[in-house]
Design a protein around this ligand. Structure first.
Ligand code: TEU
Length: 542
């Protein structure tokens, strides 16, 4: 499978398009928008989980891996979607949440009743009711262990208390998961995204004196062996696969993604999305450190290339806030910054992912009241921040910048009521800026953010340099500009991105490149100056 020249579009079904007026997006809604997606020319659609689920974590708490939650539609709707997308040359990628199941899953329910077989599917530990086995913290706040009085045991949940971690040491668990992959492959699914898959192999269960416990289970002892086995035995090698890697390293991501390792096609890593975390804390606000951002891109891009690994390129998904609100500008330079940010990653070495609405320049939710929020992590942290002494106003300011609901507001299709997302009441409020930022308006505008994304997708399809070329970062000492050079055979491409809302200079005037035979082939301003204008991106080729 060649994926170097492909582009993936991520759909969060709950917020994409509602077809029956219940305020939830659904599969038939996606079917009705295939024309839009084909026009954008994307190659794959990654759908976040639509499986039966109590929805404590919006579907990442899976209760049955082989069915469709009725609120999203039926298996027949899903099969029709796979066929109709396929007819347009678009492949479906499904999201496999294999680190944990919902506690509503049949396996966990049997375990709770003391069924020995199923207790071994999870990570249960003996212990007194007031002494969790370790001091590890859940990623959503609080202890990572929950006590079950009837069993006199604790179970591990790295995420919500309703998301129990699976015991991958048990070969029966691994066989169950392989069978799920075979099931979806048979249905015509073309690829998979694996949720937090570098957390599946737990190491020693000991207290962490320095952190929240992650060093004992991140990129754990058997993770590479488990992945190799999963891919080999389920027959999915050759399909496009991406692993979501939490707090990982370049060395591990090379192993996860280098073709000769026979693990995955590529990896998501998140280091570049933490450059505005004060002291590494998501809930402490800080202005983004652009120098750190550049260093992270340079080391991951060049490091992965040297080791033969492959990056997934992304700014947005259903977890982080919207990138224009974060690194760009939502006012005067909204359009310029949205385009600059897009070009910055789409021309790198790796496979670009577009998250629904990113191609329109959608912004953060703008919620001003806790009652607007739905995300379990946001609601938990509201209480944690309040208990930690923050005022309600400060807490809302932090959630306004960091909540996962920022990226989950409904897709903005048009300027009409509820942005064309639903004729009912949406499960999460529509952003009031849909009157201006919406697909219908942008489709008719050649200068729109949407039009710019279309250019980037087509460029990758057409250019072997973008798909396969080498990469080297330049302007390394410049704290305002991210810049790199791509090379393939005799072809060269240079990308200069100004991350500031003011004019900045370069170590070398752009006109000097012109004298060397470079021409401007893409940008978000007219003409070419020696300096870069606010949020300007300039692409030069030779
Ligand atoms: O996310 C994994 C993950 O660790 C995060 O991005 C997490 O949301 C963040 O650290 C919280 O601050 C994946 C899914 O993308 C996410 O939606 C799920 O909630 C999570 O796994 C559990 O399945």
């Amino acid at each position: 499978m060649h994926f170097e020249d492909k582009v993936v579009y991520q759909i969060y079904p709950k917020s994409f398009q509602d077809s029956n007026g219940d305020g939830w997006g659904d599969i038939n809604g996606i079917r009705s928008r295939l024309g839009y997606l084909a026009d954008l020319d994307v190659d794959f659609l990654w759908l976040t989980p639509f499986f039966p689920s109590p929805q404590r974590d919006n579907g990442y708490d899976v209760a049955d891996y082989r069915a469709v939650d009725p609120r999203f539609g039926t298996m027949a709707d899903l099969e029709a979607l796979i066929a109709e997308a396929g007819a347009k040359g678009i492949g479906l990628m499904f999201d496999m949440v294999f680190n944990h199941t919902s506690t509503a899953h049949e396996w966990f329910q049997k375990a709770l009743k003391g069924d020995e077989k199923y207790m071994k599917y999870y990570i249960f530990r003996d212990g007194a009711p007031d002494a969790p086995p370790t001091n590890w913290q859940s990623k959503f706040g609080g202890s990572a262990w929950e006590y079950v009085p009837a069993l006199g045991k604790w179970y591990l949940h790295l995420f919500d208390v309703t998301q129990a971690d699976l015991n991958w040491e048990n070969p029966e668990v691994r066989e169950e998961l392989k069978a799920i992959l075979r099931f979806w492959k048979q249905k015509g699914v073309r690829g998979f995204r694996f949720d937090v898959v570098n957390l599946i192999s737990k190491g020693d269960f000991v207290d962490d004196a320095e952190g929240d416990g992650r060093r004992f289970y991140t990129d754990g002892p058997h993770v590479h062996a488990y992945l190799k086995e999963l891919v080999r035995d389920s027959g999915i090698e050759g399909m496009v696969t991406v692993g979501e890697m939490s707090s990982t390293s370049i060395a591990n991501c090379i192993r996860y993604s280098a073709p000769h390792e026979h693990e995955l096609s590529m990896t998501f890593s998140f280091h570049h999305l933490k450059v505005d975390y004060k002291d590494g804390d998501k809930w402490s606000l800080m202005a983004p450190d652009i120098h750190a951002l550049k260093e992270i891109f340079a080391s991951w891009q060049e490091g992965m290339a040297q080791g033969g690994g492959w990056n997934a390129l992304f700014w947005c998904n259903h977890d982080p806030p919207r990138i224009v609100s974060r690194l760009g500008d939502t006012g005067r330079y909204w359009k310029e910054s949205a385009k600059m940010l897009a070009a910055a990653i789409h021309l790198m070495r790796g496979t670009p992912y577009i998250y629904q609405g990113e191609e329109l320049g959608m912004t953060n939710a703008g919620f001003t009241d806790i009652s607007s929020y739905r995300d379990v992590e946001s609601l938990n942290y509201h209480d944690i921040l309040r208990a930690g002494g923050h005022s309600e106003q400060k807490t809302l300011q932090i959630l306004g910048a960091r909540s996962r609901d920022n990226g989950r507001t409904p897709m903005q299709w048009d300027a009409g009521t509820q942005a064309g997302f639903t004729v009912g009441t949406p499960w999460l409020a529509v952003n009031s800026n849909h009157a201006v930022i919406n697909a219908a308006a942008e489709a008719d505008d050649e200068d729109s953010v949407l039009a710019f994304y279309k250019k980037l997708v087509r460029l990758r399809h057409a250019s072997r340099l973008i798909a396969e070329g080498s990469i080297r970062f330049i302007e390394r000492e410049n704290n305002d500009v991210l810049a790199y050079k791509r090379a393939w055979q005799q072809e060269r491409l240079l990308v200069f991105c100004n991350f500031r809302d003011h004019e900045v200079s370069l170590s070398r005037h752009l006109s000097l490149y012109q004298q060397e035979g470079y021409e401007k082939t893409l940008g978000n301003y007219e003409g070419l100056e020696d300096t870069l204008r606010p949020f300007e991106v300039v692409v030069l080729t030779r």
